[in-house]
Design a protein around this ligand. Structure first.
Ligand code: CA
Length: 164
């Protein structure tokens, strides 16, 4: 009996501590902290400034697992943005066409499964016209290049709070 109580307590404690890892208004998705801006659309630069004003930056998707968990979260939580809009994340090839970097300076993985396709053409496909990374709503939130000056909705990320 005591073991069961201890297990329940332990699970509860773990749950609370995991929930508590992200500072407001960020929410926990596995062990990452994201904030989804669903009210106001902005240019990529203004999305980035918004994320930085919250103490974070635009989201970085270093692994396929992070990418799939984030997209799954968008679907499961039914995070809705208007059609024809996309989410902005923190990748860009501005300044060096075709060479994609995240805002922390790490390289963006290219190809499947992160990047989507448009009419059987692999993304990114927009050349120098499209230099900012989006999760494209029309393509089930696969990564696409988009115009930096068009408005999108920010996905921000912040480091989890240190364990107390
Ligand atoms: Ca480009």
């Amino acid at each position: 009996m005591r073991v069961i109580f201890r297990s329940i307590f332990y699970i509860f404690f773990l749950e609370v501590s995991v929930q508590g890892l992200c500072p407001e208004p960020f929410e926990s998705v596995q062990n990452k902290c994201y904030y989804f801006e669903l009210e106001v659309s902005r240019t990529w630069d203004n999305c980035r400034a918004r994320c930085q004003s919250l103490g974070g930056d635009l989201a970085i998707l270093n692994t396929c697992e992070e990418f799939s968990l984030l997209v799954k979260h968008i679907h499961i939580s039914q995070l809705e943005i208007p059609d024809a809009f996309s989410f902005f994340v923190g990748g860009t090839d501005r300044g060096d066409e075709g060479v994609w970097y995240w805002v922390d300076g790490s390289p963006v993985k290219m190809g499947i499964p992160l990047w989507g396709q448009t009419d059987n053409v692999a993304e990114p496909s927009g050349g120098t016209e499209q230099n900012c990374a989006t999760l494209n709503k029309a393509n089930r939130y696969y990564l696409h290049d988009g115009e930096c000056d068009k408005n999108g909705y920010a996905i921000c990320q912040i480091d989890p709070l240190p364990d107390l």
